[in-house]
Design a protein around this ligand. Sequence first.
Ligand SMILES: C[S@@+](CC[C@H](N)C(=O)[O-])C[C@H]1O[C@@H](n2cnc3c(N)ncnc32)[C@H](O)[C@@H]1O
Length: 546
Amino acid sequence: MDSQMSADGPCAVCNAPGRACAGCLSVYYCGKEHQLAHWQSGHKHTCAPYKISKDPILGRYLEATQDIKAGKFIMKSKPLVCGPQMSSEPVCLSCCRRLENEPDDWYQCTVCGWPLCSPDCQKDEQHRPECSAMSKAGFYMGRDCGKVTILGGLEELNQWSWYGSIVPIRALLLPPKDYKKLMTLQTHIQEHRRNPEFNFKVRSVTNFIHNLLKLRDFKEEDIATVLAIFDTNAFEVARSDLNQAGRALYYMGSMMAHACNPNARLCYVGEKFEMALMAEQNIPKGGSINITYMDRLNGTLKRLTHLRTTKYFDCCCSRCNDPTDMGLYLDSVRCITCREKGKLNLLLSTSPLKLTADWQCQDPQCQNKVSASEMIRTHKELRTAKQYLDENPQLSKYKEFINKQLGSEGLLHSTSTYILQIKISLIFDILGHSPGYYLKELENSLLVYKVQLCQEMLDIAKILHPGFSKTRAFLLMQLQETLMEQTKRELRDKLITLKEAKESTKTAKAFLDEAVSILQEPARKADVESKVREFHNCCKRMGMNA
Ligand SMILES: C[S@@+](CC[C@H](N)C(=O)[O-])C[C@H]1O[C@@H](n2cnc3c(N)ncnc32)[C@H](O)[C@@H]1O
């Protein structure tokens, strides 16, 4: 590098002071030679079409450096650190697969005694940092896998909260170059420190690291910083196809801003939680590439509260600022004054970005106003009632809730967040998925009901989950297989002709094709292939070629 120029960061090859790569501004080179070597060793696959930019409100964020088409993969990134979730079920420390057999049958690492899948997982470098630390500290997890308190001061740690200490210790033991990178991520440490739950977590992990691993050089403050970095930036990652669940932190992934109607989404590839970012919608050059930090079916009250209390910012996107919440009125409840007159008018926030604002009837003739605290109380009651149903999901109970709430004495309307969430549960958890309701045993009327629910939710998805979103793809697949079952029965019962069955099959195939084009990520490959196989088998059984 020209000695007159100031350095941007450490060279990706030799760590000497370097200038940023012009393509992505995310890695640095001391000169042309190392830039070329790094490009050939893989940077050509990860460079661009984005760069890190800064905004007074968002902080650092990813900016598109070229127009990006919906459906395009924007980047792939390996985790800087990954491992079990903070509060984890028993998983293999190496690959994070759930350990499903009995504890007595678990394979235990021969060095530290922690349960793993197999000797192969023991050889994996993932488990090395904490394993060496435990071995140096003379710790070996007994057959009981930590059920007994081993050292004084560890009483507050139960068996599985130990898992929560694994990712922080891996972060603290990162090579210096990676640790330095980690430390550049946003912490919100002061805000976290005001949260008693966070401080409890810090004490627990510090206890583990100081007393069990005997690594007393790590100060509580360093441990708190690492935990705060994880809480601000990490992703809960799961690959249901591989039975894996973990937590991972990506350097570039940490730069992405939140939006309540995002233009990109994350997916996971490979067994080591490599992350891929896909554009859900077209992103113009210069635009922010954003993801959503939470479920889009939540109304503004829940989104604002969750983002404020967990990510420490006040979202002020156009969706949050829209009293109609994109025309869906997710949080709005019926105006009681109008309801008494048999009219369906809704209450809208007078200032949606302010959680303390009053709610007012949408009918200008009606003067009815409700305070924020009253509205929050109403939502608490509705949420409790729904949570009670979710604990023991039953079709009849969900239908009862919907009918009651949408009836003349009810509080809700057809696109309320609670009604939409229940419809999603009916589609994905009950109709076609639970004992007594598997697709083949569903009564005809319930097949019709499921088709109707899928169509309704696809209309909502056009607004909340447009483009290459997973929700749209999953809904399309549910609609496709329900339509196929319906067609098969109608043909069998001679209610339709073969020609009509072929037409229905064509419609179902179009839904499936669209879902397949959306779900391009490798982690979904097996699922998608099995749906396509089922479709072809169903066609064969009806005596037609797809
Ligand atoms: C994962 S980090 C994103 C990178 C971060 N901006 C930085 O400079 O390191 C999450 C933090 O970014 C900020 N942030 C993300 N999206 C935001 C948004 N829509 N509005 C305001 N702040 C946002 C918040 O401080 C949030 O806690």
